[in-house]
Design a protein around this ligand. Structure first.
Ligand SMILES: *Cc1c(COP(=O)(O)O)cnc(C)c1O
Length: 422
């Protein structure tokens, strides 16, 4: 059937088809995970008797908002956690992580990152950025938190001897893990592989709280880090967990005593989760969570396809097309800044919204280099939709992720190939 409305070259279409044939077992594996996660989410809806009255809006204080309370319970069950808070009152992933960290840390406490330097936007949150004007107001550093960091080993695993030593010595309040790659040339960490390190830390320091930045990781594998012993996971709702439908927000989930404590930070001490209304209804949050396992699967197929086409074009990629993934991000390394920008412009040009717009590198709040972002998305900046972004610094690496439908990812791949195979 000829559906080539975009007049892609025959070579581009043949290349995509050839790579898809090679990817068939990989796609099957993604579908198996989707089926498991869809079952888990469906069961969470049914066990919590989700019904139409949970979609009624609330206003003002939102006392007794059953839509809010039940959404929290559904999320907790889907993430195999004791408790969860899911809310449009968190503005982004960074805001969710800040809420968690500042809710758990007290002056003089140590926060120990055991997966190296955290995501760019957290530098100012922690107070390790290069802000020219001294300590960033309201950063963890300003409130007297001590930050320490242990890098991953050269084979992308936890440096267990060093972690053991520092945990015994420092008794950190938080041991922090970033699951996804961020803007680093490394693979995402598998929740399953976190388990031994988490239990080692808990063995020598029971009070140390394991916090996992779970951004881009939800529903990529069968279980979240909470299943493997993490005390708190935290993420954004305009990435995986919102299923492309949630309009904004963030979540955190895990042990009830910690979730309750962070709730006091989210609203106010003594008020916690008793308040918080949402006048436009939690319907898109329920619907987004229900769709999330499927949308994540579409994104994973798209990422694997892009790994395949980029390898075919001679670029280095991380991960490779058939690798096991723990996030939806595909890193592609280009030779020049121009190629990198050209790639991001191709993704923008293949978008349903703002497809006519040409993205430019720009200074973004929270990022240390200029960043180019191709985000022709329905929900502004939602990177569960097909997007690509890159800090403009060497080595020139684009991080692409998302796609609400695999067909869209496939069309974008042909778009890129038609341009770059020339
Ligand atoms: C996206 C992301 C964040 C921050 O989320 P924003 O919504 O962009 O603030 C933090 N950590 C990781 C690993 C991310 O991918």
């Amino acid at each position: 059937m000829n559906c080539n409305l975009f007049k892609f070259s025959k070579e581009a279409m043949d290349t995509v088809e050839a790579i898809e044939r090679e990817l068939s077992p990989v796609f099957k594996a993604f579908e198996g995970i989707e089926l498991y996660n869809q079952s888990k989410v469906l069961k969470a809806f049914q066990d919590n008797k989700v019904a139409a009255h949970y979609f009624n809006p609330s206003t003002g204080y939102g006392y007794g908002d059953i839509g809010r309370d039940n959404l929290d319970r559904v999320y907790a069950e889907a993430f195999e956690a004791e408790a969860a808070i899911v809310t449009p009152h968190i503005v982004s992933g960074t805001s969710a992580i800040y809420t968690v960290l500042s809710g758990l840390l007290r002056p003089g406490d140590v926060m120990l990152s055991i997966s190296g330097r955290p995501y760019d936007t957290l530098a100012d949150v922690i107070g390790i950025g290069n802000a020219s004007s001294g300590v960033v107001p309201c950063s963890l550093a300003e409130s007297g938190v001590i930050y320490r960091q242990i890098d991953l080993t050269s084979d992308n695993t936890f440096d267990e001897p060093e972690i053991l030593k520092q945990v015994i010595e420092l008794k950190p309040r938080i041991a922090y893990i970033q699951r996804s790659r961020g803007y680093a040339w490394r693979n995402s960490l598998l929740p399953e592989e976190m388990a031994p390190t988490i239990s080692m830390i808990h063995r020598v320091s029971e009070e140390t709280i394991i916090v996992v930045d779970n951004c881009y990781g939800e529903f990529v594998l069968m279980h979240e880090p909470t299943y493997y012993g993490a005390d708190i996971i935290v993420g954004s709702l305009i990435k995986n967990a919102g299923g492309g439908i949630a309009p904004t927000g963030g979540y955190f989930a895990g042990k009830r005593k910690y979730v309750d404590r962070i709730a006091n930070r989210l609203t106010a001490p003594g008020i916690g989760r008793e308040t918080g209304s949402y006048a436009s209804s939690y319907l898109p949050y329920y619907q987004g969570l229900f769709l999330a396992p499927h949308i994540v699967c579409q994104s994973l197929k798209t990422a694997a396809l892009f790994a395949g086409i980029s390898e075919r074009l001679g670029y280095r990629v991380m991960p490779s097309k058939a690798d096991v993934r723990s996030d939806i991000v595909q890193a592609i390394r280009f030779n020049t800044k121009e190629e990198l920008i050209g790639f991001c412009r191709c993704i923008q040009a293949a978008s349903p919204v703002d497809g006519h717009v040409i993205p430019e590198p720009w200074a973004m709040p929270g990022y240390e280099s200029d960043v180019i972002m191709a985000a022709g998305t329905f929900i502004q900046g939602a990177s569960i939709e097909l997007t690509a972004d890159a800090p403009i610094r060497e080595p020139f690496t684009a991080y692409m992720q998302g796609a609400l439908t695999y067909s869209h990812g496939r069309i974008a791949a042909m778009h890129v190939l038609s341009k770059l195979l020339k």
